[in-house]
Design a protein around this ligand. Structure first.
Ligand code: IMP
Length: 176
């Protein structure tokens, strides 16, 4: 077995491209004329955010927030820490959170609450991958790229111990 490493491809590059374009079209349709702020959740969503915004041909702003919910390893600690905050105010703006993956839901629930306290016009969520069967808190996901089984994934922004974010596809971590 050896060290944990990327194995079987779970979401390939053409699938990512196609589905992200569909999400972008839906977002463009829903937010036309509303100048939304897309808030990417670092680090995991950086690649998804970059590809997603290129498929949304309307006026929008981008910003990033950095949260940490995992101490290390592959399971949520349940604790969510704000590592770095947004750089712009979001009061009276339509906010769309762009998140890499929702597992227990604790991170997104915490983030939604945090952003809602800043009095935006709306807060919705777009996630690339949903591990629906692992949910611990009820949460509404407005745009979902893929529903995936309970496997730990790496690549396309997802890491294991800081590695493998640069893979252009999503793979299952093997040997962990
Ligand atoms: P939650 O709070 O349990 O929903 O966890 C959400 C966060 O856990 C995500 O933003 C990821 O950073 C991380 N995470 C959950 N599952 C995976 C995975 O399979 N690979 C990489 N990171 C994951």
């Amino acid at each position: 077995m050896g060290e944990p490493h990327p194995g079987r491809v779970v979401i390939g590059e053409p699938e990512l491209r196609g589905r992200i374009a569909e999400l972008g079209q839906a977002i463009a349709r829903d937010y036309a004329g509303r100048e939304p702020v897309l808030v990417g959740v670092l680090q995991g969503a950086f690649m998804f955010m970059a590809d997603l915004v290129r498929t949304i041909p309307i006026d929008l702003a981008t910003d990033f927030i950095s949260l940490s919910s995992y101490e290390a390893g592959t399971r949520s600690s349940g604790r969510v820490r704000l590592v770095s905050d947004l750089s712009i105010p979001i009061a009276d703006r339509h906010v769309l959170i762009v998140e890499d993956i929702v597992d227990t839901g604790l991170t997104l629930a915490h983030l939604k609450k945090n952003l809602e306290a800043r009095r935006p016009k709306s807060v919705r969520a777009c996630v690339l991958a949903d591990k629906a069967e692992r949910r611990q808190v009820e949460i509404t996901l407005d745009y979902v790229g893929f529903t995936i089984p309970d496997v730990y994934v790496v690549g396309y922004g997802f890491d294991y111990g800081g590695l493998y974010r640069n893979l252009p596809y999503v793979a299952a971590l093997e040997g962990a």
